[in-house]
Ligand binder design. Structure first.
Ligand SMILES: Cc1cc2nc3c(=O)[nH]c(=O)nc-3n(C[C@H](O)[C@H](O)[C@H](O)COP(=O)(O)O)c2cc1C
Length: 165
């Protein structure tokens, strides 16, 4: 039977959810069973063979829903192949170089023995919640900096690893 993968995400404005959907889509193309779900809506990770957790970055921190998910389900996650990702930078930096995880995520990588962490570029579009978001947009600093080629390549690597082990 195909391995079942959960791609859980913490998002405020939806762009991390779209990354998670893209990751799950690639995993399905690789022949795995994969579903992207809001981290806050997942009651248990026990029925999954592997887990990917992603969170948007806000003020130097991983999205609260992603942190809460990892805290609540730490035992289950520690016993499964686990990958983490962040999405944030509103410029090309994430495509140009590897951006290390923020400290909380770095500790989670170590504690749960995650196989990898990657930072993808972020996205901020008109209609985003909050006054800081509106200020960034007003200053012309919004935009979509997600590199779906890189996202899909990363997901394909996860697929290969899961199929080979
Ligand atoms: C209030 C605010 C704070 C942010 N702080 C950071 C940050 O500390 N680091 C970063 O890389 N990106 C930061 N960003 C950019 C977001 O991480 C980016 O828009 C991301 O794609 C949001 O994910 P979401 O659409 O899933 O909520 C910030 C954006 C906003 C609106």
């Amino acid at each position: 039977m195909a391995k079942k993968v959960l791609v859980a995400y913490g998002t405020t404005n939806g762009s991390t959810a779209e990354i998670a959907e893209a990751v799950a889509g690639v995993l399905r193309e690789e022949g795995l069973t994969a579903e992207a779900r809001a981290a806050g809506a997942v009651a248990s990770a026990a029925s999954y063979d592997a887990v990917v957790v992603g969170g948007g970055l806000y003020a130097g921190r991983w999205h609260r829903d992603a942190r809460r998910f990892v805290r609540r389900h730490g035992k289950e996650l520690a016993g499964r192949p686990l990958w983490l990702f962040s999405s944030g930078p509103l410029d090309a930096s994430a495509t140009e170089r590897d951006i290390p995880p923020v400290p909380w995520v770095q500790k989670a990588v170590a504690r749960l023995d995650a196989r990898d962490h990657v930072t993808f570029g972020g996205c901020l579009r008109e209609g985003a919640k909050g006054w800081v978001a509106r200020m960034i947009l007003r200053d012309g600093k919004g935009g979509d900096f997600r590199d779906f080629g890189r996202i899909e390549a990363w997901a394909a690597g996860i697929g290969r690893e899961l199929k080979s082990g």
